[in-house]
Design a binder for this molecule. Structure first.
Ligand SMILES: NC(=O)c1ccc[n+]([C@@H]2O[C@H](COP(=O)([O-])OP(=O)(O)OC[C@H]3O[C@@H](n4cnc5c(N)ncnc54)[C@H](O)[C@@H]3O)[C@@H](O)[C@H]2O)c1
Length: 255
């Protein structure tokens, strides 16, 4: 049976781990050919190998999303490998320090903004430039940015991250408005706590994971696959009237 993104060419950043890896795998399971990009070359390659082991089609490439030349090279690689770019998932991100604003180290603030904001901006810009040169494929072109529930409400434990994810939501709505009539849909996913390497600092040693999800209404921890399913669905023609929307995948945390 054909998948919901059958024949699409999908690019995922931060694909070496966590949510990005799960999304790359789901894109492939739903029929896309996938480019897995990450700053850790080996882990991106591992993701591509996992896809190939399941019979899917994938390649991997290095990217540091803060480096404009590397981002351009990533998009060029995708086009050289598969001929075009249909679906992008801008997902690479970092948490930064856990500190209040008064004590937040300046270099750490700069790092969070560079990866989460400038990195997402540079990727989206390079992707849009490429997509605008292409013919409309069925269902058009799609970009999904990984924001966070911290892009919708504040989390005082991680103020720079909160700033950065609010900016990702702003970038998403701005780009959606600019390119909606040119066949590019741009949405964001807003996960709450998802079990990945990034969320480890929120689990104090010996603490039950359940104590980190007290505000959820669904009684289990969020998994990378929960986010992946949403990203791929937003990238499919089933979501063809959805753009400029930050979609929560939070187990009801903000309900
Ligand atoms: N885990 C959560 O609870 C959670 C919640 C909400 C949002 N998010 C967001 O989801 C995204 C993925 O996070 P995750 O939880 O899977 O974390 P993760 O640490 O498992 O994965 C992040 C990936 O991004 C890569 N990366 C980091 N800096 C990069 C750079 N400069 N260039 C290219 N790649 C880079 C890392 O190598 C890693 O593979 C992030 O944007 C994060 O902010 C995570």
């Amino acid at each position: 049976m054909a998948g919901i993104v059958q024949g699409k060419i999908a690019l995922v950043t931060g694909a070496g781990s966590g949510i990005g890896r799960a999304t790359a795998l789901e894109f492939a399971r739903q029929g896309a050919q996938v480019v897995a990009a990450d700053i850790v070359t080996e882990s991106a390659a591992e993701t591509a190998q996992l896809i190939q082991a399941e019979g899917g089609e994938a390649a991997s490439v290095f990217v540091d999303v803060t480096d404009e030349a590397a981002v351009a090279a990533m998009v060029d690689f995708t086009v050289a490998e598969y001929g075009r770019l249909d679906c992008a998932h801008n997902n690479a991100g970092i948490l930064g320090a856990l500190s209040d604003i008064a004590n937040y180290p300046r270099n750490e603030y700069d790092r969070v903004i560079a990866v989460n904001v400038t990195g997402t901006w540079l990727c989206l810009q390079a992707e849009v430039r490429q997509m605008l040169t292409q013919d409309q494929t069925e269902g058009g072109h799609t970009i999904v940015n990984t924001a966070s529930v911290a892009g919708l409400v504040s989390n005082s434990a991680i103020p720079a991250y909160t700033v950065s994810k609010h900016a990702v939501v702003g970038l998403t709505t701005s780009a959606a408005q600019s390119y909606g009539d040119q066949g590019i849909r741009v949405n964001a996913v807003c996960p709450a706590l998802i079990e990945t390497a990034m969320s480890q600092p929120f689990r104090a040693e010996g603490e039950e994971p359940s104590t980190t999800r007290v505000r959820q209404t669904i009684d289990r921890n969020g998994q990378p696959e929960d986010v992946a399913a949403l990203v791929v669905w937003l990238s499919s023609s089933a979501a063809s009237f959805i753009t400029g929307t930050p979609v929560r995948v939070d187990g009801g945390a903000l309900a």
